[in-house]
Ligand binder design. Structure first.
Ligand code: P6P
Length: 328
């Protein structure tokens, strides 16, 4: 579907945008449209809870750990409940992979889709009022409907995604998503309870001067990674690292830049998770003209072996990712 046929009138409501572009969705029988609406609905509820977190007792750690061993924050768990409930009630999703749950969740729906989601990424930033985000990927189930969910439904390569997106709970709340026909950004207007198109046909600058890396573990970086950081400093690039992936990714997509979370001694296979952080942002980055690799291979080509598999993550402006890889 060439971009020209996608209604790009800034200010159009998300619902209208989805309806106007229904035919661009594969299997355009409306389920994927409804799924996106279900995600948008859940994000509005989470947005309300994130915004009032300081006023009622939902701040801080819950005292439990998620599947990856991360300290669960109260809002993580609330967000996971909200998205799971919205997607279950929506009926379009048969199974859910979440950072917050050890194994996949069978939603016992006849739905055609499988969702991988990080309900609230960067949640350790909640208590200090730093932007946080939701990251999601949408796949079609592979096994016949009405049969038990199988690994082939759950462990799919990123290149199999039919849609992907994120919600950024920042100075304003934004929903950014792709269905494989470019990337569009919507800004939430809380007083109306609606998302409105604010960034039609988003494109990531081919090159940039912002590098986003936590240099704390510098001593355990590869020689190539250390040389690339030195290169960025010699070029007087700008270092910007918020410690919240969605916020760093979104800024770099708009301004041009690269985010790298490489292998370190603490995380020898990288810290970020393939299924519900990297695949989604890699799909969006490529659809916006950017690039996403593990330092060598395309993220979307990585065959997942486990639900919570981690990977080194290089994502952003195409030329910057190529340059970073050239130092390895
Ligand atoms: P570090 C948050 O926990 C997260 O998954 C990303 O949002 C963020 O970019 C990264 O980890 C921060 O990790 O080790 O720099 O604190």
């Amino acid at each position: 579907m060439e971009q020209s046929r996608i209604a790009h009138s800034i200010g159009i409501a998300l619902d209208r945008f989805i309806k106007n572009n229904q035919e661009q969705f594969q299997y355009a029988s409306g389920e994927l449209s409804q799924l996106l609406r279900d995600i948008a609905l859940a994000s509005k509820v989470v947005n309300r809870e994130v915004n009032k977190a300081g006023l009622i007792d939902i701040m801080g750690a819950l005292g439990s750990q998620n599947s990856a061993g991360d300290q669960q924050q109260k809002l993580d768990v609330l967000a996971n409940i909200r998205f799971t409930r919205a997607l279950s009630k929506g009926g379009e999703v048969c199974a859910l992979i979440s950072e917050e749950t050890e194994s996949f969740v069978d939603l016992n729906n006849e739905g055609k889709y499988v969702i991988a989601i990080d309900p609230l990424d960067g949640s350790s930033n909640i208590d200090v009022n730093v932007s946080i985000g939701t990251i999601f990927s949408v796949y079609r189930r592979k096994s016949p409907e009405g049969t038990p969910i199988k690994d082939i439904d759950i462990l799919q390569k990123g290149s199999e995604q039919v849609a992907a997106g994120y919600i950024l709970y920042g100075s304003s709340t934004m929903l950014v998503y792709t269905t494989g026909h470019g990337v569009n950004g919507f800004t939430y207007e809380p007083s109306l309870g609606e998302y409105f198109l604010s960034y039609p046909d988003l494109k990531m600058p081919e090159d940039g001067k912002i590098f986003s890396v936590n240099e704390g573990p510098y001593n355990s970086f590869s020689t190539g990674m250390k040389n690339y950081i030195s290169y960025c400093k010699e070029k007087n690039f700008t270092a910007r690292y918020i410690g919240s992936l969605v916020a760093d990714f979104h800024r770099n997509m708009l301004k041009g830049g690269i985010y790298i979370y490489p292998a370190t001694n603490k995380d020898p296979t990288g810290k970020l998770r393939l299924m519900y952080e990297c695949n989604s942002l890699a799909f969006i980055a490529e659809q916006a003209g950017g690039s996403a690799t593990n330092g060598k291979n395309r993220i979307l080509d990585i065959e997942p072996r486990t639900l919570h598999q981690r990977t080194p993550f290089y994502v952003g402006s195409k030329r910057m990712v190529e340059k970073a890889e050239s130092f390895e």
